[in-house]
Structure formats: C-alpha cells, structure tokens
Design a protein around this ligand. Structure first.
Ligand code: COA
Length: 162
C-alpha cells in the first residue's frame, strides 16, 4: 500500500468512496451524494504543507483517503486540525484506516499542529473504534445536534494531542 498526496485525477475515486459512506447514513453530515464537479474547490483547499489530502493506493485502486481541515477559523485554533478518513468498503478491516491515521499523527508536528480531532456521529462505531486504536479519546458529546432522516444524532468529539 502506498500513501501519497492526492492529485486532482484521484478526485473521482475520492468522491465515489465518499458517496458510498454518505449512503450509509452514519458516517457524515453530508446527506446528498456529491458530484466530482462540486468538489474541486474542496480539493484545492488542501495543500501538502498545510491541510493535506492523502490517498491510500493498492495496485491501481484508491482504497481510501484522509483529509486534514481547519478545525475552527479563529487564530487560536490554528494548531488544531480535524481529520476525516474513508476506506472503500471492499478494503475495510485490513488496517488501511489505521495506517492513514497513524501517518496523520506522525506528520502533524511538521504541519505545526499540536492537536488532532475527529468529529464522529456517536453511532459510528467503526470510526470510533478506529480512532480509539490510535490513541484518540472522547473529549465531548454534542447531543442531538444533527438530524438525519428526521432522527436526532449525537456528535462525539474525539481528540488527541500530538
Ligand atoms: C471507519 C473506517 C474508516 C475504518 O477503516 P478500516 O480501514 O476498515 O479500519 P482498520 O482496518 O484500519 O481498523 C483498525 C481498527 O479499527 C477498529 N474497527 C474498524 N472497523 C471496525 C468495525 N466495523 N467495527 C468495530 N471496530 C472496527 C478495529 O479496532 C480495527 O482493528 P482490528 O481490525 O485489528 O480489530 C471505515 O469503516 C469507513 O470508511 N467507514 C465509513 C466512513 C466513515 O465513517 N469515516 C469516519 C468519518 S470521520
């Protein structure tokens, strides 16, 4: 498996993986499928030196991706970033999510980050377990802040210093 910075040519695969997770209803607050054309600005908001976007490639397949993004816009939060990680269904439970998160933790100091967070729906057990395996702890719970298909969802905040 190779972990590398994503290129714009990876965007269709990234979007495909994202859309499969959107359909699961437990992974993301994005509810409607996204189109590649809508994601170019999101893609360009990443940079290898500030908020990287990485893909995990196995042979010719994009098996998963990880993104860093700004946690909150005010200056005092500059050293904190939010991570999102997505793995294609047929590549799950092979350690890809863990490898991506471990790489993010290892890279964080070079990105001038001191803290990483994951904002995870409380019923997203696979993601919660994954973040826990690499040392994240639950720092908070925002009860009922999201509505998915008319159901209230709690948002858990997982974090770790790096
Ligand atoms: C969460 C997700 C990224 C995990 O990726 P993955 O590559 O399958 O995870 P890994 O194989 O690296 O798993 C590492 C550990 O996490 C935990 N874990 C992963 N999936 C799990 C599951 N379905 N149930 C329970 N624990 C799980 C286990 O402890 C696992 O270690 P083990 O396989 O040795 O038991 C993947 O399920 C996914 O893409 N889900 C949809 C997207 C999503 O919800 N992303 C999170 C939003 S931030």
């Amino acid at each position: 498996m190779t972990l590398r910075d994503a290129t714009e040519a990876d965007l269709p695969a990234i979007v495909e993986i994202h859309n499969a997770a959107i359909a699961s209803r437990i992974s993301t607050a994005q509810l409607d499928p996204v189109r590649v054309e809508e994601r170019h600005d999101w893609f360009r908001a990443h940079s290898p030196h500030q908020y990287p976007l990485w893909v995990a490639q196995i042979d010719n397949a994009i098996a998963g991706w990880l993104s860093f993004r700004e946690f909150l816009p005010r200056q005092a939060y500059r050293g904190t970033a939010e991570l999102s990680v997505y793995v294609r269904e047929n590549f799950r439970r092979r350690g890809i999510g863990r490898r991506l998160l471990q790489a993010a933790i290892a890279r964080a100091p070079q990105l001038n980050l001191h803290t990483l967070v994951g904002l995870i729906f409380a019923q997203n057990q696979p993601s919660i377990e994954l973040f826990r395996t690499v040392g994240f702890e639950r720092w908070g719970l925002l009860p009922g802040v999201a509505r998915i298909d008319y159901q209230a969802r709690d948002l858990a905040i997982f974090g770790r210093p790096v």
